[in-house]
Design a protein around this ligand. Structure first.
Ligand code: SF4
Ligand code: SF4
Length: 253
């Protein structure tokens, strides 16, 4: 297909789990690369290491501010991309890299890491440590439909991507208090435990199907709020759920 979107993949500081999750799409990844996405650079899969001008960039990992090259690469990614997607917990919230104090092998002088939204403007968040392969695949398909699809496909893609764009706008400002007031106190909590698993400082315990926050421990990173499936409850998605699902499945057949 000639009308592919161009994709870049900037790999900063993390465990590479998001790359593994992307690769775990197996044949779905090949379909994406074959029909919809022209992978312009990605250190692991494409072996092209310089940031290129692209439609969409995925950024994996947080940014080490002691590493001048990493900061420059992130800023160059922003300049050369129409859409920047923070892929995974480290890029979105810093995750455990927030607690690095240097001394690690290879780069002991690297001491401070920030979520990428603290350095550049980010358009879309894909939360999760790591995000599911399906979620990464669905965002890639929807990004394609948003940029290249029919009017109806663009509308479905907008409905699907809007909560992820709102998560990027919120960035790291939400915390357990928002989860309490906007989800739990509204009777929306279904006791799934995703918030507790996402918290990098174990500030959330989960007993009898109910999350409890230790506010003294909370570092207000926003991971629990954006990981909660009920915090980005969207009528646009619910009302179009079947059509969105069909559009993704049709694209991958
Ligand atoms: S409870 Fe606080 S530290 Fe834990 S994920 Fe939520 S905002 Fe982050
Ligand atoms: S992630 Fe949301 S729905 Fe799941 S237990 Fe936490 S507050 Fe409840």
């Amino acid at each position: 297909m000639a009308d592919k979107i161009t994709l870049g993949y900037t790999h900063l500081s993390g465990c590479t789990g998001c790359t593994v999750a992307l690769a775990d799409n197996y044949a779905g990844l090949l379909t994406l690369l074959d029909r919809y996405v022209d992978l312009k650079y990605m250190p692991t899969l494409a072996d092209v290491r310089h940031v290129q001008k692209v439609d969409v960039s995925f950024v994996e990992g947080s940014c080490c501010i002691n590493d001048k090259l990493a900061v420059e690469e992130l800023k160059e990614t922003r300049e050369k991309s129409t859409v920047v997607v923070a892929l995974g917990g480290c890029a979105c919230y810093g995750n455990i890299t927030r607690f690095s104090r240097g001394g690690q092998q290879n780069q002991p002088q690297h001491e401070a890491y920030l979520p990428i939204g603290d350095i550049i403007k980010v358009d879309v968040y894909i939360p999760g440590c790591a995000p599911t392969p399906q979620m990464i695949r669905n965002v890639a398909v929807m990004a394609y439909l948003l940029l290249k699809g029919t009017k109806e496909q663009k509308e479905l893609a907008t409905a699907f991507l809007k909560p992820l764009m709102m998560a990027a706008q919120r960035g790291t400002t939400a915390c357990f208090c928002e989860l309490m007031t906007e989800v739990i106190n509204q009777g929306l909590c279904m006791g799934c435990g995703s918030c507790a698993s996402a918290c990098p400082v174990n500030a959330i315990t989960h007993e009898y199907g109910k999350p409890q926050g230790e506010r003294d421990l909370c570092i207000k990173c926003g991971a629990c709020y954006n990981q909660c499936p009920r915090s980005w409850f969207s009528f646009d998605v619910v009302e179009n759920y079947e059509a969105i699902n069909e559009a993704i499945m049709a694209a991958l057949q």
